[in-house]
Design a binder for this molecule. Structure first.
Ligand SMILES: Cc1cc2nc3c(=O)[nH]c(=O)nc-3n(C[C@H](O)[C@H](O)[C@H](O)COP(=O)(O)OP(=O)(O)OC[C@H]3O[C@@H](n4cnc5c(N)ncnc54)[C@H](O)[C@@H]3O)c2cc1C
Length: 433
């Protein structure tokens, strides 16, 4: 891997997501050699993936090269590689480009889509955890409209236009709102020979309300806003199966759609070698209040992958960016303290609140003392996301795009650059024409 041996303890960080980046930043100027490994050479700003999927933003507005972020950092090295396994006995990790010794290991590998073992969903549903996956959704939505033009079978045409989104957390709500706005402002102009009014957008949620992690007030406001956008919301409804054309629910409903977006579950993804007894529900790694992996020494886990049980969060913290950032900052502080033979301190999460946007001038915000909605909430949502983006260029690009989209009702990134081919479709019978 061509990592020089220097006279400093080596911290190896797996994953350049929200957590991984913070660790590296905070260890700057401290006596550690820091090696960051990621299977991508860029950081992904996941909260805006849905805008890439719905043609509101170009993908390079929400990705940022990791090497650029840490330009000029001394004692820092980045390697583009996938980590396959760790061997805590001999303090070594095995990657796609070779093995590496560590003194301290930080696992910050995040999470991936969880289809809960459902083969039909695995084969046909669209996940959205990465930029390539968001681009797949963008391509599929547009390809389906192109195909809808070509069929005279009305049922098939509607199935090609309809979209079903499963999971009414922030991602599902934001996607439904954005697709509904595409239906209202863009698609009728792009496809004047299609009756776009026949397109339906369904949001299916197993629980009794949308945005279940937010206040009841925010849920109700979001539900009303979705209804105003003609999103058909199905609460207390569980999806049972999907075969690429028909969604079946447990209570016997059926929806015809060629696009099912799955935003209903995530699971931790950790390299092999973490002892089975340290893995808990959802594939997360159990850590103590110092982020140290249960049963291991000098191996830490932070962010989505880590399950830290506290009084306030007995089943672990929510899998959101603010937790990842705070845990990583705290661990960096503790590693610095450890280097100085000082006591480590236990982590306490400071919940900054939650927010979600439903569409143009529509958002809900829950803060400690205030809850608000509407155009002001939408402005706050935009501001918070722009501030959190990495790099001045990305902030500028996003602001210009949003202003353009707002003024012109535009979604100009609707390009099929890399056509999407579902691998499971190879086994399909030919489609009726
Ligand atoms: C669509 C979507 C919308 C979201 N919206 C919000 C929101 O509005 N607000 C909010 O707070 N949170 C939101 N989240 C959640 C938030 O993005 C996550 O909580 C956060 O990214 C977790 O940070 P992390 O560092 O733990 O993992 P990630 O940011 O996922 O980073 C993990 C990194 O590890 C790398 N990696 C994984 N496995 C390996 C391996 N074996 N070898 C090498 N590299 C590896 C990955 O490439 C990735 O770069 C959203 C998530 C999604 C998917």
């Amino acid at each position: 891997m061509n990592i020089p041996e220097v006279n400093l303890p080596r911290v190896v960080v797996i994953g350049g997501g929200f957590a991984g980046l913070q660790i590296v930043r905070r260890l700057r100027k401290h006596p550690y050699q820091v090696v960051l490994i990621d299977k991508h050479n860029y950081h992904t700003f996941q909260p805006l993936l849905y805008q890439v999927a719905t043609s509101g933003l170009e993908p390079d507005s929400i990705g940022y090269p990791i090497r650029k972020i840490f330009e000029g950092h001394r004692n820092f090295l980045f390697r583009l590689a996938e980590v396959a396994s760790i061997d805590p006995e001999i303090k070594v990790i095995d990657t796609s480009i070779g093995i590496l010794r560590y003194d301290y290991l930080v696992v910050a590998t995040g999470s991936d889509t969880n289809f809960f073992g459902n083969k039909g969903l695995e084969d046909y549903a669209m996940p959205m955890k990465s930029i390539p996956e968001a681009l797949n959704i963008r391509s599929l939505l547009l390809q389906n409209f192109e195909e809808a033009l070509l069929t005279s079978n009305l049922k098939e045409r509607e199935a090609l236009m309809n979209v079903v989104i499963v999971g009414a957390g922030p991602t599902g709500v934001e996607l439904s709102g954005a697709i509904s706005e595409l239906r209202k402002h863009i698609l009728p102009h792009d496809y004047p020979d299609l009756d776009v009014r026949r397109m339906s957008v369904h949001l299916i949620e197993a629980g009794p309300r949308v945005l279940p992690a937010m206040s009841e007030e925010a849920s109700e406001n979001a539900l009303q806003a979705l209804k105003r956008l003609d999103v058909e919301v199905w609460l207390n409804t569980m999806v049972q199966d999907y075969d690429g054309r028909l969604v079946m629910t447990k209570d016997g409903r059926a929806f015809h759609t060629r696009t099912l977006i799955w935003a209903a579950g995530v699971k931790g993804v950790s390299p092999d070698g973490i002892p089975a007894e340290s893995l808990v529900r959802g594939g997360r790694i159990e850590v103590n209040r110092y982020s140290e992996v249960r049963g291991l020494h000098d191996v830490y886990a932070v962010g989505d992958i880590a399950m830290m049980s506290t009084e306030a969060y007995p089943h672990g913290h929510p899998m959101v960016a603010s937790v990842a950032i705070q845990q990583a900052r705290h661990l960096a502080k503790n590693l610095i303290a450890k280097g100085k033979d000082r006591e480590m301190e236990p982590f306490v999460y400071d919940n900054p609140g939650a927010m979600a946007t439903i569409g143009r001038n529509k958002a809900v915000v829950d803060l400690h003392r205030f809850k608000f909605k509407g155009a002001f909430a939408w402005l706050v949502w935009m501001l918070v996301h722009v501030v959190q983006l990495i790099g001045f260029r990305n902030k500028l690009l996003v602001m210009i795009n949003w202003t353009w989209n707002y003024v012109r009702y535009a979604r100009d990134a609707r390009l099929i650059i890399r056509p999407y081919h579902r691998s499971a479709d190879a086994n399909d019978t030919p489609r009726p024409s």
